[in-house]
Write a protein that binds this ligand. Structure first.
Ligand SMILES: Nc1ncnc2c1ncn2[C@@H]1O[C@H](COP(=O)(O)OP(=O)(O)OP(=O)(O)O)[C@@H](O)[C@H]1O
Ligand SMILES: [Mg+2]
Length: 481
């Protein structure tokens, strides 16, 4: 290195300052280190330093708040933010405020040196505008602090300032749709619409018309002009879910649209400019689908501009406590009773293999919140629910569960959970209420809240129905569909 570059380091942890100073010094840089944001700011204002590496939480000021200020006075000075908080929002905020890179602690010194080298040499890019609204207590869309998730956060955060096409892969229930939404909600197009279309859920012959719209009379049944998802998503994000299930003709058409940047409706002539950011997702192995001739390779390369692979839950067991708590909080927010897990319960969760990933954990937490009376859930309850919900090897081979079997299954885990809890009372009443409530709700909803019709449907006296509605505290809404 001919001229030595000066790196300004701010961190209130002395051990980190020492380690960084030594490593950067050995690599030939001059280092100035401080524990205070105020000192760092003074250095920046004085015009010293070629690069800033700052921690987020410092005694006098938040390092993230410093980034836009630094960018204002010295736009060319790059800032690397490091943080032990390492949540999704820290990564996103760092990117949105114009940090060059975000490093979750602990990081590898080799990685740090690589980032520093890049920060000092990478050509300048247009800086993202500063964030206006960003209240602290923001809810985190993505939960988990495992290294695998940190990698995802950094990628998503970097993508917030671009419109690049993203391909999200991962097993079922790993959070693909959640990441697609985060890309939209924190990206440049967040004020536009987020429109999702699931290729696996739409009849093959309708996919093209769903995507691109159709003209009146374009096919039998097309009584009026139909607006497609491409048009609905204009100015926003189009989420192509289960892209691996797209039929070949639609693949060809989509490829052409992506190449040409415009589309025509089914039966239409005039090309319409496409103005969407594409995010695609699949749980399938697309490379294998390509080999089998089921997926167009050229379309794959068009879509796979930035690949994001979501790790299965079994590869990030350390995230289970946080995720479980997150899902219990969500269950509570949706009206279920508040629950906590004890240490044994968490341990038991970590032993499971999670074929259904985050969704399986979410469903389990909802079941525990709904079915177990005790506030603190133990390992027994978790074990009982995990066994009961275990998928059987061949789902086709099993006849569907009868209502009686389902009730029995729930009751036995309920009773199993009582072993060291309080003695159960009024079991008969409580179980009947569990059945009555959904039954009455169903009848009321089927009759759009008409109690006379609902009573007839149930074979109950009208007054009896009214009394039950009161006892069970059911909402009486008319005209419900
Ligand atoms: N990291 C995470 N933090 C919080 N919630 C998560 C996370 N990952 C997944 N979830 C939740 O788990 C559930 C399943 O996620 P999602 O629907 O995004 O999965 P998916 O990969 O699209 O699944 P599929 O392939 O079955 O469509 C959702 O309720 C989602 O909110
Ligand atoms: Mg999905």
């Amino acid at each position: 290195m001919t001229d030595t570059r000066t790196i300004l380091v701010a961190d209130d942890d002395r051990a980190i300052r020492t380690v960084l100073s030594q490593a950067l010094g050995r690599a030939g840089y001059t280092v100035r280190a401080t524990s205070s944001a105020a000192t760092l700011w003074r250095w920046v204002e004085e015009g010293t330093g070629d690069l800033v590496i700052t921690d987020v939480i410092m005694p006098d000021e938040n390092g993230l708040d410093l980034v836009p200020r630094i960018k204002r006075v010295r736009p060319e000075l790059r800032v690397v933010v490091m943080s032990a908080q390492s949540t999704f929002m820290t990564a996103v905020k760092a990117a949105q405020r114009g940090a060059f890179e975000y490093l979750p602690k602990p990081f590898d010194l080799k990685e740090l040196l690589a980032v520093v080298a890049r920060a000092l040499t990478a050509p300048a890019l247009p800086q993202p505008r500063e964030e206006d609204a960003d209240g602290e207590g923001e809810r985190l869309p993505l939960v988990g602090r495992s290294p695998a998730m940190q990698e995802i956060y950094r990628t998503v955060a970097r993508l917030t300032t671009t419109d690049l096409t993203v391909m999200i892969t991962g097993e079922s229930g790993t959070g693909k749709e959640l990441v697609a939404r985060a890309l939209h909600d924190y990206g440049r197009r967040r004020t536009g619409p987020f429109v999702a279309i699931n290729m696996a859920a739409i009849p093959r012959e309708l996919i093209e018309s769903e995507l691109f719209g159709h003209e009146r009379g374009a096919f039998t049944g097309a009584l009026a002009r139909g607006v497609g998802r491409f048009e609905q998503a204009a100015g926003g994000t189009l989420f192509l879910d289960e892209i691996g299930d797209m039929p070949p003709e639609a693949q060809t058409r989509l490829l052409r649209v992506l190449q040409e940047g415009e589309f025509t409706t089914v039966g239409g002539r005039n090309p319409i400019k496409a103005n969407v950011r594409i995010v695609a997702a699949t749980h399938r192995d697309l490379r294998q689908a390509i080999r089998q001739g089921l997926f167009r390779e050229d379309l794959f390369y068009r879509l796979n501009v930035v690949p994001i692979r979501l790790p299965p839950l079994r590869e990030r067991l350390e995230d289970i406590p946080l995720l479980a708590k997150h899902f219990l909080d969500r269950a509570k927010a949706s009206g279920l009773p508040a629950k906590q897990l004890d240490q044994g319960a968490v341990e038991r969760l970590r032993q499971h293999s999670w074929p259904g990933n985050a969704r399986e954990l979410e469903n389990l937490m909802r079941r525990l919140a709904a079915l177990y009376p005790q506030e603190v859930i133990g390992a027994d309850a978790v074990a009982a629910e995990l066994t009961e919900a275990a998928p059987i090897a061949d789902p086709e081979a099993r006849s569907p569960e009868t209502l009686e079997q389902a009730v029995e299954r729930h009751l036995s885990s309920f009773v199993a959970a009582q072993k060291d809890g309080l003695p159960v009372r009024d079991l008969y009443e409580r179980v009947l209420a569990e059945v009555e409530r959904p039954l009455l709700r169903l009848a009321l909803s089927a009759t759009r809240g008409n109690q006379i019709k609902a009573a007839a449907m149930l074979g109950l006296n009208r007054n009896t129905l009214r009394k039950k509605i009161r006892e069970l505290d059911l909402p009486v809404v008319r005209g419900l569909s």
